[in-house]
Design a protein around this ligand. Structure first.
Ligand code: FAD
Length: 260
């Protein structure tokens, strides 16, 4: 069985610097693995624990420094790391990101059974890449997946929305977007770190996956972020505690009048 996990490195800071294209300036910024992608990795590893012959490939598109998140995934127990890194990929919107990820998957793991993504990335936070990837790959999609299981030779997925918990039988190939589960993703053990150190990460450029310049990055993006800024919080607001309701309402009304 072949599982692909897409992981994204995100800046480990709220003090984000922007480029002139309104994309994040990732150069020299401490980065971390996107939190929900840990649950996507753990979901794949739990299936690997349960089933025989499971190979987990982890893919990321990002600057060369993103290699460390692939090493971390391999230390957790994944088998293969593919790093899509090329200046031409920079500034990609979710359409171009998904198109590039779909291309590397069809080129390098064409017989995949399952692609797992996090439900959303903590920086871009559009939650569009997973669904767009399913469209590009021409496979079915399930979002807000909290757990995946394999019983009686069938895959099942538990989906948690704001209102209810749903159970689905899942046919492969499929893209699943994973949310936070009721478990802690595993921490790598020392032999995992040693294995990761000895595992080569496959670095792939635009030409390695046979894509044209105008299909990727800013050139391949039909949308762009026209303005990005960190809102400055002028004041933290005021909390009325245990005050008489009438007084609180009077205070609120006078505050609102100040702003309108
Ligand atoms: P999401 O779609 O929220 O990510 C969901 C999952 O997709 C992730 O958990 C991960 O599993 C996978 N994934 C996402 N990116 C990658 C990657 N590079 N490599 C491997 N797996 C990945 N783009 C837009 O098109 N529209 C926008 O409005 C937009 N706003 C942005 C705002 C900010 C602050 C930033 C930093 C970027 C924004 N982008 C936007 C660019 C966007 O970050 C990239 O297109 C990105 O690769 C996917 O979008 P996302 O971060 O919203 O990820």
């Amino acid at each position: 069985m072949k599982i692909v996990v897409c992981v994204k490195q995100i800046p480990d800071t709220t003090d984000i610097k922007w480029t002139e294209n309104h994309t994040i300036n990732r150069e020299g910024v401490e980065s971390v693995l996107n939190p929900l992608d840990f649950y996507a990795l753990e979901t794949a590893l739990q299936l690997k624990d349960k089933l025989r012959d499971v190979e987990i490939s982890v893919v990321t598109m990002g600057p060369l420094q993103a290699e460390f998140i692939l090493k971390r995934a391999i230390a957790m127990g994944c088998d293969r790391g593919l790093l899509l890194s090329d200046r031409k990929f920079a500034g990609a919107d979710t359409f171009a990101t998904a198109k590039t990820l779909a291309k590397v998957i069809t080129e390098k793991i064409p017989d995949f059974d399952m692609v797992l993504c996090g439900q959303f990335a903590a920086d871009g936070d559009t939650a569009q890449t997973g669904p767009s990837l399913a469209k590009q790959l021409g496979v079915s999609l399930l979002t807000y997946v909290k757990a995946v299981d394999f019983q009686d030779s069938k895959f099942s997925a538990t989906r948690e929305t704001e209102t209810n918990i749903e159970k689905y039988e899942v046919l492969t190939p499929v893209v699943l977007c994973i949310t936070q589960g009721d478990y802690e993703p595993r921490r790598p053990l020392i032999d995992g770190f040693i294995r990761a150190k000895n595992t080569n990460i496959e670095r792939l450029s635009c030409s390695d996956i046979k894509m044209c310049d105008d299909e990727v990055g800013l050139k391949g993006s039909p949308t762009y972020v026209s303005r990005a800024f960190t809102p400055n919080i002028e004041h933290a607001g005021e909390i009325c505690i245990n005050e008489d309701t009438e007084d609180t309402v009077r205070k609120l009304v006078s505050k609102i009048k100040e702003y309108v």
